[in-house]
Design a protein around this ligand. Structure first.
Ligand SMILES: Nc1ncnc2c1ncn2[C@@H]1O[C@H](COP(=O)(O)OP(=O)(O)OP(=O)(O)O)[C@@H](O)[C@H]1O
Ligand SMILES: [Mg+2]
Length: 251
């Protein structure tokens, strides 16, 4: 049995009358891309927030490398090796690309920005940031102000921030959002190789990317996982087709 790095066990989360997570149990194994798909409002981002620590579940637990991290603050999770990217950009537009990687890495780990000038002279940190930019193909933009980047480049920059944390697992919320066909294609290729370094829990609406990349897919509908399986299993699942993929087939 392949090693399980990250797991949610029967997570429940309610917002008033709305059950946003209903007994959600998922696992992320070494070497895999596990895609989490489902309609708008199904509770994907809510689940990611509970995994990353931004939101506390009402019940259930999050297990990371065998350790119960349900009550661990977000920065401690990042330090332990859990890196997430956001559905909506969390970049500082007025900073340079390189500064954003350094700032993002420190921020995720709960660092303070008071000595930002000094931080930008931290050789090890800078090297890691430069390396991450190199990997996503943004090296030549390192001194650009982030606001000058295209939307696609900003998404790449977010992945660079996650990379520079040198995480044990990646949790990504719609990294392809707003990318054109070419950008999605590029990022898909990049994520394909990334899974060898650290497995990825991938929330994504781009079904071409999902079906090209995912070793396993889970389908979330109204806060509940209705199916988990390989791409072929998910495509053939009648309940999934009805709840989510149906409209695509009809098109
Ligand atoms: N803080 C909150 N307070 C109240 N309701 C919330 C809160 N956060 C999310 N919700 C609701 O919970 C449900 C799940 O939202 P969530 O953002 O997790 O969906 P999603 O699957 O990520 O959707 P999308 O594909 O559009 O990103 C939605 O009905 C949303 O309005
Ligand atoms: Mg979402």
């Amino acid at each position: 049995m392949t090693e399980v790095l990250l797991e949610t066990r029967a997570i429940c989360k309610r917002f008033g009358a709305l059950q946003a997570s209903k007994e959600v149990s998922l696992s992320l194994r070494a070497g895999e891309i596990h895609a989490l798909i489902g309609p708008n409002g199904a509770g994907k981002s809510t689940l990611i927030a509970q995994i990353s620590g931004a939101l506390a579940p009402d019940s259930g637990s999050v297990i990371f490398e065998g350790r119960d991290i349900t009550r661990l603050p977000t920065p401690a999770r990042a330090k332990a090796g859990l890196a997430r990217t956001f559905q909506i950009s969390a970049l500082a537009m007025e900073f340079t690309v390189l500064q954003n990687v350094v700032l993002g890495t420190l921020g995720a780990r709960g660092g303070v920005y008071r000595f930002f000038g000094n931080v930008m002279r931290d050789k090890a940190l800078l090297d890691r940031a430069e390396d991450a930019l190199d990997q996503v193909g943004l090296s030549e933009f390192r001194n650009f102000v982030t606001a000058e980047l295209s939307h696609g480049q900003r998404r790449q920059l977010e992945v660079a921030v996650a990379l520079s944390l040198q995480p044990r697992v990646f949790v990504m919320d719609e990294p392809m959002a707003g990318l054109g066909a070419e950008g999605s294609h590029r990022l898909t290729g990049f994520l394909d190789g990334l899974r060898q370094r650290a497995p990825i829990l991938l929330v994504e609406h781009d079904m071409d990317a999902v079906f090209a990349l995912a070793d396993r897919i889970s389908v979330l509908v109204y806060g509940e996982v209705i199916a988990t399986g390989t791409a072929a299993e998910i495509r053939a699942n009648p309940e999934v087709r009805e709840a989510y993929l149906g409209e695509e087939d009809a098109a």
